[in-house]
Design a protein around this ligand. Structure first.
Ligand code: TXA
Ligand code: MG
Length: 309
């Protein structure tokens, strides 16, 4: 079974070349690091590494999986991950780098871990304006998933002290560049294939200006924000019925497994891929092994209960 994550001696290092080298090395090892953006401090991990992304949830103690924002250095990097139409290009040209997040169709070859989008066919992307996050993106050479750097249920951190108070002992490093200038999480706009815009989260970017863009805006929008399999899902299964595709865990072997060794972080990283594969299988029903209700297992079970409802 999964052992508890070792407590960290959380280091707070001032932003500079040394801190960025240290942070990039930790991220390359699959760790997460708190780093300032112009909006709030983010808890960043390699978006292409599912286990690293699962570590974000473990550190935050977040009891559910929500899709995360992926940070990239520039529009070219964003276009390798998502499909841009002219409306999306116009918004990116006007507001990036800056506190605007665009939700766009995910490209099949994006390389982003399915836990980042929580299995959705869309992805939230932004190019941050802060030199610390920009330096970290350059040093890592990877897109970085980063929700706000606070434990679940506490307020968003606008200083290194906030991040330390909330996540001290749970992450190895916080990069300190003083208080954030914007102090409010980015505006989120979804851009549909036909160019229609939906405001998903109000924020620092003035929507009056966005309205002048081609396309229409509906606010606040209702967008499918949770992936669920199309087939019926049975929980806590220890063996499969004849018409079921069984997703195993630990000692419960199935057609597939979230983690043969019973590792919850590995299970979280594999969850959405496993559900998509089960959906695509020839069998009409899905069953899944019991998942322990500890650590990141709480978020896995939350998602499974919603998918089974
Ligand atoms: O200012 C910010 O945006 C900060 C800094 C660190 O960049 N980041 C941030 O990330 O607030 P996060 O992960 O806490 O916010 C994610 C928000 C959630 O409300 C989520 O539902 C929405 O983005 N979101 C992400 N992907 C989505 C998608 N594919 N479709 C709809 N909503 C999505
Ligand atoms: Mg947040």
């Amino acid at each position: 079974m999964e052992t508890e994550r070792p407590p960290f001696e959380t280091l707070v290092q001032p932003f500079g070349a040394e801190a960025i080298v240290a942070a990039a090395a930790l991220i390359a090892q699959g760790q997460c690091v708190a780093v300032p953006t112009e909006t709030v401090y983010g808890l960043a991990a390699d978006a292409t590494d599912g286990k690293a992304v699962a570590g974000i949830y473990a550190a935050k103690g977040r009891p559910s999986f929500n899709p995360l924002i992926v940070h990239v250095p520039d529009v070219a990097a964003a276009e390798r991950i998502a499909e841009f139409n002219d409306v999306a290009r116009g918004l990116a040209a006007r507001y990036w780098p800056g506190p605007l997040t665009l939700v766009l169709p995910l490209r099949a070859e994006s390389g982003v871990a399915s836990l980042v989008t929580a299995g959705l066919p869309t992805i939230a992307l932004r190019v941050p304006a802060h030199p610390a996050m920009q330096a970290l993106l350059a040093a890592c050479g990877k897109p970085l998933a980063a929700p706000s750097a606070n434990a679940s249920g506490s307020i968003s951190p606008t200083s290194a002290a906030h991040a330390l108070k909330s996540l001290g002992g749970r992450i190895p490093l916080i990069i300190d560049a003083g208080p954030t200038s914007v102090g409010l999480e980015s505006t989120i706009i979804a851009v549909a294939a036909d160019g229609a815009l939906r405001l998903l989260r109000p924020g620092p970017v003035d929507l009056g200006i966005a309205l002048a863009m081609p396309g229409t805006i509906e606010a606040p929008g209702q967008l499918a924000s949770h992936y669920a399999p199309a087939k019926p899902l049975r929980l806590n299964a220890t063996s499969a019925e004849h018409d079921e595709w069984l997703i195993g865990f630990g000692a419960v072997r199935g057609d597939d497994t979230l983690s043969a060794g019973g590792d919850l972080t590995e299970a979280a990283a594999n969850l959405f891929n496993a559900l998509h594969e089960a959906d695509a299988s020839a069998r009409p029903c899905i069953a899944i092994a019991p998942i322990p209700e500890t650590g990141v297992g709480v978020a896995i079970n939350d998602r499974l209960k919603r998918a089974a409802a």
